[in-house]
Design a protein around this ligand. Structure first.
Ligand SMILES: Cc1cc2nc3c(=O)[nH]c(=O)nc-3n(C[C@H](O)[C@H](O)[C@H](O)COP(=O)(O)OP(=O)(O)OC[C@H]3O[C@@H](n4cnc5c(N)ncnc54)[C@H](O)[C@@H]3O)c2cc1C
Length: 382
């Protein structure tokens, strides 16, 4: 049964129906195989790009789809239920467009944004380093101004789409000031000295490559600086607010898929002469899973409505990310339990769902960091 969605327009209803078709025909049949081979599905991103799904949340006059966040996030959820790594990729690409769309000059937007939103390119966002994860402000990669260029040195870590992206949002230090010493350049993947390393070997989301990017005297034209020198951390954090809502939706989509798989199995499987769904122990577990999925969806939609209305939504995005990803971890673990021994095999997708959502409690700010953001907003009374 498709999820009964709250959609604001006929256009959005048509869009969701197109997305469901794409998810069923292009994503779901290939996910397990690509995950097994740890292969990035570049052609799937082309298909999504041509369908307009790589720029959905941006204004039409910038070349985007002009959809509100409540619609974009439900699209992500549908994609995630079919293939989490692809939905994550759409979310990270969308995040990678934010700095240029929100902080770029008109000239910069005109030059680069149409291709980024138009679906032909895939982007990456390079904030983390090996020694600077939760404490992103302590990053050490350098960008030194040399005439009309910046020369970049250092190593960015954990870059989603590292090695397959067409461009990289690179956050580097332009001075030693902790908060105002970071700047962002939009680097083309072909930049000499920008060197993607071998992908990390991961527990899940294996078809989404994650790699270090070594910057070895990489020269980037100075007109690729986004915002002013020193604006980098502010730009990075503002992009992450929207990104966290994306992760909430992706986690909710995987949790929904796990709930659907577990419910279907429980209706079929018989032990002690009856369907296991008729044992209260199983049925209560399913009831808690269903309640968690509905609550996660309601929470991310509520934060998205604030964003769409132009209200501050940072703490609410953190609450949605915290709740949706913790919930998805619980729901996918319980889905394995409902399937018993079969759940622990690759004959069913639930073990993959469980492996996929673990990292969602870690990236775009660990769930401890989300609690810090929420706690700080309570402490400041804002
Ligand atoms: C698959 C994957 C994809 C990723 N993609 C990207 C990407 O595209 N771009 C990018 O820039 N980064 C990316 N990351 C990096 C990710 O955002 C970081 O891993 C994350 O921010 C945590 O940093 P860390 O791994 O260094 O952990 P650490 O910061 O070292 O944290 C270790 C532990 O300490 C806890 N901790 C740290 N500080 C505090 C504190 N103040 N209070 C309480 N607890 C604390 C953390 O919650 C965690 O449990 C990705 C990571 C992974 C695994």
């Amino acid at each position: 049964m498709p999820v009964d969605r709250e959609l604001p327009s006929d256009e959005a209803r048509e869009l969701l129906s197109l997305v469901r078709d794409l998810a069923a025909t292009e994503l779901a049949p290939r996910a397990a195989e690509f995950e097994e081979r740890a292969e990035f599905p570049r052609d799937v991103f082309r298909i999504l790009g041509r369908a307009g799904l790589l720029g959905l949340a941006y204004d039409e006059d910038l070349g985007g789809g002009g959809q509100p966040y409540v619609v974009y996030l439900q699209v992500l959820e549908e994609l995630a239920a079919a293939w989490a790594a692809v939905a994550l990729g759409v979310s990270v690409h969308t995040l990678s467009c934010h700095p240029l769309a929100m902080f770029g000059t008109d000239e910069q937007k005109k030059r680069w944004l149409p291709d980024m939103l138009g679906g032909e390119l895939v982007g990456a966002y390079c904030l983390s380093e090996a020694g600077a994860g939760s404490d992103a402000g302590s990053l050490q990669a350098r960008a030194r101004r040399d005439g009309d260029r910046y020369v970049l040195d250092g190593t960015k870590a954990w870059v989603t789409h590292g090695g397959v992206a067409d461009y990289y949002d690179v956050f580097c230090r332009t001075s030693d000031d902790k908060r105002r010493g970071i700047s962002m350049v939009l680097a083309d993947a072909q930049t000499p000295g920008l060197l993607p390393q071998s992908p990390e070997k991961k527990m899940g989301l294996r078809s989404s490559p994650t790699a270090q990017i070594v910057l070895d005297g990489a020269q980037v034209d100075a007109d690729r600086l986004i915002g002013e020198e020193g604006d980098g951390l502010r730009i990075a954090l503002s992009a992450l607010d929207g990104g966290r809502l994306g992760i909430s939706a992706v986690a909710t989509g995987v949790a929904q898929a796990a709930l659907d798989a577990a419910s279907a199995y429980a209706r079929e499987r018989k032990q002690f002469g009856q369907r296991i769904v008729d044992f209260q122990g199983v049925s209560f577990m399913l009831a808690d899973m269903a309640t968690g999925v509905e609550a996660a969806r309601a929470l991310y939609l509520s934060a998205a409505r604030r964003r769409d209305a132009g209200k501050p939504y940072g703490p609410q995005a953190s609450m949605a990310k915290l709740f949706a990803t913790d919930n998805a971890m619980k729901v996918t673990t319980d889905a394995v339990q409902v399937l018993g021994g079969y759940g622990y095999t690759t004959d069913f997708p639930v073990e993959r769902y469980m492996r996929e959502v673990k990292v969602m409690q870690i990236f775009e700010g660990t769930n401890q960091i989300q609690r810090m953001v929420i706690g700080r907003s309570l402490a400041s009374g804002s």
